[in-house]
Design a protein. Structure first.
Length: 255
């Protein structure tokens, strides 16, 4: 039996089999185009990305870092005077910006298959650095308009299906407020405008679990920190202890 399995494995991994697989994928892509979400030119192999682009994203997320010094609007601890710790998996490079935009606004949902292991590793790093026993993980919610447009919350979708044991996911704790005249998007706005737009952006769910574990917020991109600041202040006003945030990408401040 072992000899048969070895022979089958040799056939399946042979150059001839790889050639047939490539030819089959090429024929399918002629009938149903499946371009890579990042480079567009190559055919996607897995998670709507080609192999070189997948490796490029993995290379850009090798080093987890703390990004709180990049964001001017983050809340300060009243005792230490330090900003809220923010753990980031990557810098917001042009490649990262493009793939996140495709994932968020162009229905490339399967890209989450590449993002989830990276998010898991960043969450685990935050847990080990902070040193608490348990945490409540609270995703930044999507607005009603974006949910109607996309059909999903990108932040929740990029979370790993199985979280580190120390984390308790509470996706319904933080809610967006409904506004008629307020812009939902922050793109192209400055720090002060973002602060004003975010001041009354969130509310705490009416039916909620009472404050117990320290809270880690999670979002996709850190720019000025206004969104995380709004979420932090909303939760703190209801007795929750927000100890850190995790983001997938952090925008470097302009020199």
């Amino acid at each position: 039996m072992a000899g048969f399995l070895d022979a089958l494995d040799r056939v399946a991994t042979s150059s001839l089999a790889n050639g047939w697989n490539a030819a089959w994928r090429g024929m399918l892509n002629l009938l149903v185009p499946n371009p890579c979400s990042l480079c567009v030119w190559s055919d996607a192999i897995a998670h709507q990305l080609c192999e070189p682009c997948t490796q490029l994203l993995k290379e850009q997320t090798k080093q987890i870092f703390q990004a709180q010094d990049f964001a001017e609007a983050l809340p300060l601890d009243l005792v230490t005077g330090q900003p809220l710790p923010v753990f980031a998996a990557s810098f917001y490079t042009p490649e990262m910006a493009k793939v996140l935009l495709k994932f968020k606004d162009h229905q490339r949902i399967k890209v989450a298959g590449v993002l989830r292991p990276i998010v898991y590793r960043t969450l685990q790093h935050a847990i080990e650095t902070l040193g608490y026993e348990y945490y409540r993980l609270v995703p930044i919610p999507a607005s009603g308009a974006s949910m109607r447009r996309r059909g999903y919350n990108p932040v929740v979708t990029m979370l790993p299906r199985h979280l580190p044991p120390a984390l308790n996911l509470d996706a319904g704790l933080l809610k967006t407020r409904w506004h008629v005249l307020t812009r939902a998007a922050h793109h192209g706005t400055g720090v002060q405008v973002r602060r004003e737009q975010s001041r009354k952006k969130f509310r705490v769910a009416t039916r909620r679990r009472e404050p117990a574990e320290p809270v880690i917020l999670v979002d996709d991109v850190l720019t000025t920190g206004a969104t995380l600041a709004a979420g932090t202040r909303t939760l703190q006003s209801q007795g929750f202890d927000v100890v850190a945030a995790v983001v997938f990408s952090a925008v470097m401040p302009r020199g």
